[in-house]
Design a protein around this ligand. Structure first.
Ligand SMILES: [Zn+2]
Ligand SMILES: [Zn+2]
Length: 345
């Protein structure tokens, strides 16, 4: 069973999540590109709001992360909230500790796997998302967000604009209509434009990955090779809020290691969701799925050559007693390998 915070009504067990209907939106897409030159000691970033992947040099960052390694810091379940006694203190504590962690780990990219805010139960969703944005943007590091079930607001379109237009943000809605907002990918490319790695950011809505989002993923993962040759596709990860059923399976068969403090809350994730990723693994070098949602689970395992990885709960406003932290993912661009570990805030 999932422990429920004694503090406020905003901290729910996963069995008690909101049944807020997600509106459907039509948002123009864009391709976002992170550029990296593996041969010099700098990481160069490009931000392009059009559809073509373009590397723009001149914005130099990430010297400390070295020439070969690209670092992604996965944060999850921050539950930023402005309304309750104690929330402001927790928000400040998170901001302060995150800054220390970013200074220590020097990530090239921060990806938040959902529940950036506490929810919209008292109509503070838009305001709370701005508070989250100001915190994460202040890290002076490129970042994006995979929307979680608590990331709700009265004006979702405004929230989408706020996320997209924020400093250092790579958040975008690249798909249209039924898959919801915020599905996008970020390519890591070298100066010649060759793709080195791809990060899929998927919106699992209030109830888990659905067919529309997975079909969008399948379409994009198949099209990432510039010549159509699947061998040309870069290795890739997916970042999703709600875990897939196989997160439970891999633990049940003894194939996982780490800490498990609650049931795997895969909600109504499409039962065959894993098939999409297995196909992408075989055809397109898809490597790993990073999730959040279950604050009391922090483990990882391998399922048919795909790493299934829980992030570490990051924010202080949500339920759960684990010390707060993050997942540091290090990618060796030369060897095309990666590792990950939990780091504490
Ligand atoms: Zn959460
Ligand atoms: Zn959640």
């Amino acid at each position: 069973m999932k422990p429920i915070s004694k503090h406020t009504k905003f901290f729910f067990s996963c069995r008690n999540r909101y049944f807020i209907t997600i509106a459907r939106f039509i948002i123009a897409g864009a391709v976002l590109v992170l550029g990296c030159n593996a041969s010099d000691p700098f990481i160069a970033f490009a931000k392009d709001r059009n559809t073509a992947p373009v590397l723009i040099s001149g914005y130099i960052q990430g010297q400390a992360s070295g020439a070969k390694n690209f670092r992604v810091l996965q944060l999850t379940d921050i539950h930023t909230h402005s309304g309750d006694i104690g929330s402001e203190e927790n928000n400040q504590k998170f901001y302060h500790n995150l800054r220390l962690l970013v200074n220590t780990t020097k990530p090239d990219l921060i990806i938040v796997t959902g529940d950036a805010i506490a929810d919209n139960g008292d109509h503070t969703g838009n305001k709370d998302m701005l508070l989250f944005i100001s915190t994460i943007s202040a890290m002076n590091t490129p970042w994006t967000l995979a929307l979680g079930n608590h990331d709700q607001a009265d004006d979702i379109e405004q929230m989408e604009r706020d996320l997209s237009n924020a400093s250092f943000s790579y958040f975008k809605s690249m798909n249209k209509q039924s898959a919801g907002i915020g599905n996008h990918y970020i390519d890591l490319v070298d100066k010649k434009g060759s793709k080195l790695w791809r990060f899929y950011i998927l919106n699992s809505g209030v109830s888990g990955l659905n067919k529309q989002v997975l079909d969008w993923f399948a379409e994009k993962v198949g099209s990432s090779g510039s010549t159509g040759d699947t061998k040309m596709t870069p290795p890739s990860f997916a970042f999703v809020h709600i875990p897939l059923i196989e997160f439970k399976s891999v633990w049940d068969i003894g194939g996982a290691s780490g800490m498990k403090g609650e049931d795997v809350c895969y909600e109504q994730t499409l039962p065959m969701a894993i098939d999409y990723f297995e196909r992408a693994n075989v055809d397109n070098d898809f490597r790993a799925i990073f999730v959040g949602h279950d604050h009391a689970n922090d483990y990882h395992g391998v399922w048919k050559d795909i790493q299934l990885v829980y992030g570490r709960v990051s924010g202080y406003n949500g339920y759960g007693n684990y010390p707060r932290g993050a997942k540091l993912i290090e990618i060796d661009l030369e060897k095309k390998t990666f590792s990950h570990r939990t780091v504490l805030l």
